[in-house]
Design a protein around this ligand. Structure first.
Ligand code: DX5
Ligand code: ZN
Length: 229
């Protein structure tokens, strides 16, 4: 059976208490932190940069930080995120002129690399760089905002990427991002995903002051994943 990982997206956290929110979501059982970086240029929204990633490390966060770059261009900022403590750095092929070079830059900077495909971006690029990625991230919403609905055609795309990954024989994570919740996580796993980003589904579930307040939703997601065939 696949090792399923749940990545909590900070986009839906309370940014005024970010360190505490990340501590709480990890204490509640999330496997990793999904760190959404937006530039109001590649996507119509603006979030946080390397300083905030570094601040989380200084705060004591030891977990995997999965930096999802929704910025253009990417090469200038990749080494800064590596320096700031990113574990994975993923970017969109449309956001760089030289995909192969940018992937190499991520690895040379000491991080794990990944390519992100928007709902209508063809996955063909992957065929030429399958030896240079540690993760493929499929967007199941158009990037920019939390709380959007899962785009159903992403399931067929997941199946297609799963085939490419399996045929490569490489250890590459297949992550899905956007509209993942309790009701659909099982069918998403069955389509081939092994890493699940969830923002609003997790953070909207914690309406108490218990530091482990996100545990019940994360545990319920794991129970669904355990049923996946
Ligand atoms: C969207 C971001 C996502 C977002 C997902 O552009 O890349 O990571 O936080 O949010 P939910 O899980 O609410 O769809
Ligand atoms: Zn994301």
């Amino acid at each position: 059976m696949r090792e399923y990982l749940i990545a909590a997206s900070i986009l839906s956290a309370d940014f005024a208490r970010l360190g505490e929110e990340v501590d709480n979501v990890l204490a509640s059982g999330a496997d990793m932190v999904h760190f959404d970086v937006m530039d109001n240029h590649y996507v119509p929204n603006l979030t946080v940069g390397p300083l905030v990633c570094e601040a989380l490390r200084k705060h004591g966060v030891k977990a995997t930080i999965d930096v999802h770059l929704m910025v253009k261009p990417v090469d200038r900022i990749i080494p800064d995120f590596a320096e700031a403590g990113a574990t994975y750095i993923t970017f969109h092929p449309e956001a760089t002129g030289h995909i192969d070079r940018s992937l190499q830059l991520v690895r040379d900077s000491g991080c794990r690399s990944g390519l992100v495909f928007n709902p209508a971006t063809p996955i063909d690029y992957l065929n030429y760089v399958v030896d240079k990625v540690d993760m493929v991230l499929l967007m199941s919403v158009n990037p920019g905002f939390a709380g959007q609905s899962f785009i159903h055609s992403s399931l067929a795309k997941l199946r297609a990427v799963r085939k490419v990954i399996d045929a490569s024989g490489r250890k590459i994570r297949l992550e899905i991002d956007g509209g993942v919740k309790l009701e659909n996580i099982r069918e998403i796993a069955e389509a081939g995903a092994d890493t699940f980003v969830a923002g609003s589904a997790i953070f909207s579930a914690g309406n108490s002051t218990d530091p482990r307040r996100y545990n019940s939703v994360i545990q319920a997601m794991r129970n669904e994943l355990a049923k996946a065939k």
